[in-house]
Ligand binder design. Sequence first.
Ligand SMILES: Cc1cc2nc3c(=O)[nH]c(=O)nc-3n(C[C@H](O)[C@H](O)[C@H](O)COP(=O)(O)O)c2cc1C
Length: 189
Amino acid sequence: MKILVCAFHPNIAESRVNKRWLEVVNSDPQITIHEVYSTYSNWSFDLKVEQQLMENHDRIVFQHPFQWYSVPPLMKKWLDDVLDYGWAYGSGGTALVGKQWLCAISTGASAESYQLGGSNGYCIGEFLKPLQQTAILVGMEFLPPFIFHGALQASTKDIDASAEKFHYYIKDSTLSPQIQRIKLLEAMS
Ligand SMILES: Cc1cc2nc3c(=O)[nH]c(=O)nc-3n(C[C@H](O)[C@H](O)[C@H](O)COP(=O)(O)O)c2cc1C
């Protein structure tokens, strides 16, 4: 399985979490890192290059800090531009069918705040529904996301541990909900 990490951080130099995650996976030959903010400081994508990157990988990891309950602005533009009619969807648009979409997100606020009755009102999955449906529309399998809550309060030790978990998680070939269902059925029999 070839893994592409599309990292969207508006200010990676100041990042504690997302920068560490990238450092840890950097030398893994199974993983290609694509730092989109530093590649396109003019916000004008080379669509052929972006689309070929996706075509050449099986699992696309969208890695970013959570911003206003959503994705950083360049990621929104990237989705608008790169998931093009006739390539990702619409007539002849089948390039992404069968690939996997994995969100890897850090949030400033705590896990406790992201639940019903918490200060952020909803669990993280509620906020990710537009991304999930985008993945489904283009024929991709949306995997259970990797979430690191509480980034603003996290110690260096917490962040180092999250980076190890991130590395393990994004390579886990059993994340697919179908595989999880089969494993559950096997455990029950
Ligand atoms: C413009 C902006 C909006 C943010 N919005 C949210 C938010 O909606 N929810 C949240 O939990 N954290 C929010 N944060 C905090 C970031 O998610 C947090 O700083 C980041 O995950 C830390 O990762 P880093 O060390 O890689 O920068 C926001 C930060 C910025 C700069």
